[in-house]
Design a protein around this ligand. Structure first.
Ligand code: ATR
Length: 485
C-alpha cells in the first residue's frame, strides 16, 4: 500500500491534499502533531469519515521526529479523545506504554502500529525488536536511518528475517533509504509513506505520490519485477529514472529503475547478487570503482578505463560505456564522411577521456586544452593526441581555415549550473565553420554555445548525448529499442 502522510497545518488543507492525491494512494496518515494551534478535536474525529481510504492516526512527539511538544500525559489525553474517530490504525511508539489507551483502541476496532525511530543508524537488534512487538499482536514499524549502503542493504534482510510476521512496516529514512521506500514490497513492508510535493515531509527521504505510483509503480513491484538502477554519490538529482521507467511502462516490461546512493561499490555488488539486480547505470564517482568487479569489459571501457553501464550476463557482470557511443551518435555521420578531421577538446578529465578516445578511434587528430596543462599532456600521450596551453587558443583561432578545428568539444563542468555564464575557452574566437559540441546539458544554452551560435556554428547540445547514451543503456538493459513518442 502507498500511504500519503498528511502534514498540513489544518484539517481543511489536509483534506484538500487527500482529494488531490487520493487516486495515487491506498492509505493516509494524519499527522495530528503537525496541526497548528489548538487541536480541533471534533474535526479530527470526523476526518476518517470524509476519506474513502483507511486512515492512520499519528501524533508524533519531538523526540521521534514530530512536532508534539507537550508532555506524555497531554498526548495520551488527546489520543484518548481522538480514537473516537473511525481510524483504521493508530501509530503509537514503542515506549508509550499506556495500557488504558491500548485497551480503548482495541475496543474501537483500531489496529495498533507500534513504531520506533532511529535517526542515527540502523539498530543491531532491529529484527528482534520487531519480533517482540508482533508477539503482542501489533503491527511493528521501524523507521531507521541507514548511514551507508551496507546499512541500507540490511533493511532488505527484513524480508527473510521477519517473514513469519504478516504485517510489518520497515523503512530506511534519508537518501540512503530511498530504495527501501520504492522497493518496500521486497523488504516485506506492508506500506510505504510518501508526501505531497512542497509539503513538509513526514520523515526524511519521503518521495512524492506521483513518483511512487506513476514513475516507480511501487505498489506493483514483486519478485518477478526486474530491478535496474543507477549508482552514484550524490544521486538524488539524477534524471535517469525519468528516462528508463517510462520506457519500461510503454513496452509493458515488468521492471523498475531505482536511484541507489552508494558509498561502497563492493556493498552494492553484494546486494545486487542477493536481490538479483539485472543491470545498472554508473555515475560519479564510481565509473572507475566498478572496474574490478566486472567479468567482461568492452573495448571502449578497456581504452577509457571508465564504465557507465553494467549488465548481468549469464554469470558475470559486463561493463560497457554508453557515454562513448552517446557522444559519437550526433556526429557519427560527420566522422564517417570525413567532415570532421580535426578536433579541439576542452578539458582533460573523465568525460574528455571518452571523447578523445572516440575521436581518435575515428582517425581524428585531436588538440587538448585544459586548465591544468599537465593533465592535458598525460591524456594526449595516452591517446596519441596533442596538448596545448590555454593561451594558444587565441593563436589557433587566427589560423587559416585549413588549420582550424572542424569540431570543438567542451567537456568540463564550466558553464554548468550552478556556475552557468562561465566560458572555459573565451580566448578562442569561432569562425562559424566549426561544429561546436558542449557536453553540459544544464543549461541547454551555455555561454560557449551562445558565442558559437552567434558566429554561425552548427551546434550539438549536451542533452543530445545524454539522451543517446540513455537510449543505448535502455537497449543494453532490455534488448529493446527505447519506445518513440
Ligand atoms: P568529468 O568526469 O566530468 O570530466 P573530472 O574528471 O573531474 O570530471 O574533470 C573535470 C574537468 O573539468 C577537468 O578537465 C578540469 O580541469 P583540471 O584538470 O584543471 O582540474 C575541468 N575543470 C573543472 N573546473 C574547472 C574550472 N573552474 N575551470 C577550468 N576547468 C575546470
Amino acid at each position: 500500500m502507498i500511504c500519503l502522510t498528511l502534514t498540513e497545518k489544518d484539517i481543511e488543507n489536509n483534506l484538500l491534499q487527500y482529494q488531490k492525491y487520493k487516486k495515487l494512494i491506498d492509505v493516509v496518515e494524519l499527522r495530528v502533531d503537525m496541526l497548528e494551534g489548538a487541536i480541533p478535536v471534533d474535526s479530527v474525529i470526523r476526518f476518517p469519515e470524509l476519506c474513502e481510504k483507511p486512515v492512520i492516526l499519528t501524533c508524533r512527539k519531538v523526540k521521534d521526529g514530530g512536532k508534539f511538544s507537550q508532555g506524555e500525559r497531554s498526548r495520551f489525553n488527546l489520543l484518548r479523545k481522538l480514537i473516537k474517530g473511525k481510524f483504521s490504525y493508530i501509530d503509537i511508539e514503542e515506549d508509550m506504554g499506556r495500557n488504558e489507551l491500548e485497551i480503548c483502541v482495541k475496543q474501537n476496532g483500531i489496529a495498533i502500529i507500534r513504531s520506533f525511530h532511529d535517526f542515527y543508524g540502523v539498530p543491531g537488534d532491529l529484527f528482534k525488536r520487531m519480533h517482540k512487538i508482533s508477539q503482542q499482536g501489533e503491527i511493528p514499524k521501524a523507521a531507521v536511518t541507514p548511514k551507508s549502503f551496507a546499512d541500507m542493504a540490511r533493511i532488505f534482510e527484513g524480508e527473510k528475517e521477519l517473514r513469519d510476521i504478516d504485517k510489518k512496516i520497515l523503512l530506511g529514512m534519508g537518501d540512503y533509504g530511498v530504495p527501501t521506500r520504492i522497493l518496500y514490497k521486497l523488504t516485506g513492508s506492508l506500506l510505504s509513506f510518501c508526501s505531497a510535493p512542497g509539503s513538509s515531509q513526514g520523515a526524511p527521504g519521503q518521495i512524492t505520490p506521483e513518483l511512487m505510483k506513476n514513475l516507480y509503480k511501487a505498489d506493483t513491484i514483486s519478485n518477478e519485477t526486474a530491478i535496474y538502477g543507477i549508482i552514484g554519490n550524490p544521486i538524488m538529482h539524477t534524471a535517469s529514472p525519468a528516462i528508463h521507467n517510462p520506457g519500461f511502462h510503454k513496452l509493458e516490461i515488468n521492471a523498475v529503475y531505482v536511484p541507489f546512493l552508494v558509498d561502497s561499490v563492493r556493498s552494492f555488488f553484494l546486494f545486487s547478487e542477493k536481490i538479483g539486480i539485472k543491470g545498472f547505470s554508473v555515475t560519479v564517482p564510481h565509473k572507475q570503482n566498478v572496474l574490478p568487479y566486472l567479468g567482461i569489459i568492452s573495448n571502449e571501457v578497456k581504452q577509457i578505463g571508465s564504465c557507465n553501464t553494467v549488465v548481468k550476463t549469464k554469470k558475470l557482470w559486463k561493463g560497457i560505456n554508453t557515454d562513448y557511443y552517446g557522444f559519437l551518435h550526433p556526429i557519427q555521420e560527420d566522422l564517417e564522411t570525413g567532415n570532421i578531421k580535426k578536433a579541439l577538446v576542452i578539458g582533460a578529465g573523465g568525460a574528455a577521456r571518452s571523447v578523445v578516445w572516440a575521436l581518435r578511434n575515428y582517425g581524428c587528430s585531436v588538440l587538448i586544452v585544459n586548465r591544468t596543462l599537465d593533465s592535458a599532456v598525460k591524456l594526449a600521450v595516452k591517446t596519441g593526441s596533442s596538448a596545448i596551453e590555454k593561451s594558444e587558443l587565441a593563436v589557433i583561432s587566427m589560423e587559416d581555415s585549413q588549420n582550424r578545428p572542424d569540431l570543438v568539444v567542451q567537456t568540463t563542468s564550466v558553464g554548468m549550473e550552478p556556475n552557468a555564464g562561465k566560458d572555459p575557452a573565451e580566448e578562442y574566437t569561432f569562425s562559424g565553420d566549426e561544429i561546436v559540441y558542449d557536453l553540459v546539458y544544464k543549461p541547454r544554452m551555455t555561454r560557449l554555445i551562445n558565442r558559437a551560435s552567434q558566429a554561425g556554428c552548427r551546434i550539438v547540445y549536451g542533452y543530445e548525448m545524454l539522451y543517446a547514451q540513455g537510449l543505448l543503456q535502455f537497449k543494453t538493459f532490455t534488448g529493446k529499442e527505447y519506445p518513440q513518442g
